[in-house]
Design a protein around this ligand. Structure first.
Ligand SMILES: Cc1cc2nc3c(=O)[nH]c(=O)nc-3n(C[C@H](O)[C@H](O)[C@H](O)COP(=O)(O)O)c2cc1C
Length: 208
């Protein structure tokens, strides 16, 4: 499918038909999340994939509108880091060194510049920066799903405390930023027939 066709077909599904996505398709969509760009390459997030019926059921009360969570195939939960410390950065550099088969000390210049950049931020700034990276993952997952003909609904409409309690998230160190329900649209979901509402080009784009 052409990418504009895929994006035009995509809409935020309110009700799925409860069919389960094949493992391989899910794997491909998740890879697009993994391949997302992130500032400094630090990937300050984790991606939780909820597939078990039991956990989906448990999560229903955490959503203001339960219709997506109760009918989707999978729910992806993007968790942003509140703390990016020396330990985290050291782990990142050990990983680069291993993947690229490069001695750790040859990366010192890059590591020092990252340390400097991160250390000058407050904890709030770090978290704000981490959340922005999470939305890039969200966009890539949605885009990949659309190309795979999988329907989605991005959702911020959840009870923060409850979702974090159910998923055993430590609110001191991380936060559920956004979720993405995946599955197949229900024929009963009349939102699929609605025209897209977007700003006209002259209001959205400025060519200078
Ligand atoms: C970050 C984000 C959070 C959203 N949260 C919700 C949500 O909690 N529930 C919902 O039904 N739709 C949610 N939406 C969907 C938007 O309402 C939708 O994208 C917008 O109205 C445009 O419609 P379309 O996606 O169908 O083209 C969210 C979208 C984004 C990008």
């Amino acid at each position: 499918m052409n990418y504009l066709e895929a994006l035009s077909r995509r809409y935020s599904v309110k009700k799925f038909n409860s069919e389960i996505i094949p493992q391989e398709t899910l794997h491909n969509i998740l890879e697009s999340g993994k391949l997302s760009a992130s500032s400094l390459g630090l990937q300050p997030y984790e991606i939780l994939v909820v597939g078990s019926e039991n956990m989906k059921q448990k999560l229903i009360p955490a959503f203001y509108n339960p219709s997506q969570i109760s009918t989707c195939s999978h729910l992806i939960v993007i968790i942003s880091k509140k703390i990016v410390d020396d330990n985290y950065i050291n782990g990142y550099f050990r990983h680069i060194s291993k993947v690229r088969e490069t001695p750790l000390n040859t990366l010192d210049l890059f590591k020092n510049s990252i340390n400097q950049h991160i250390n000058q931020k407050t904890q709030d700034e770090i978290f704000n920066w981490a959340e922005k990276q999470s939305y890039i993952v969200l966009a890539n997952l949605m885009y990949a799903a659309a190309i795979e003909n999988i329907d989605t609904c991005p959702m911020e409409g959840f009870r923060q405390d409850l979702i974090e309690e159910i998923l055993e998230i430590n609110p001191e160190t991380e936060k559920v930023t956004v979720t993405l329900a995946l599955g197949y649209r229900s024929e009963e979901d009349h939102f699929q027939h609605m025209k897209k509402v977007r700003k006209p080009n002259e209001k959205l784009f400025k060519f200078i």
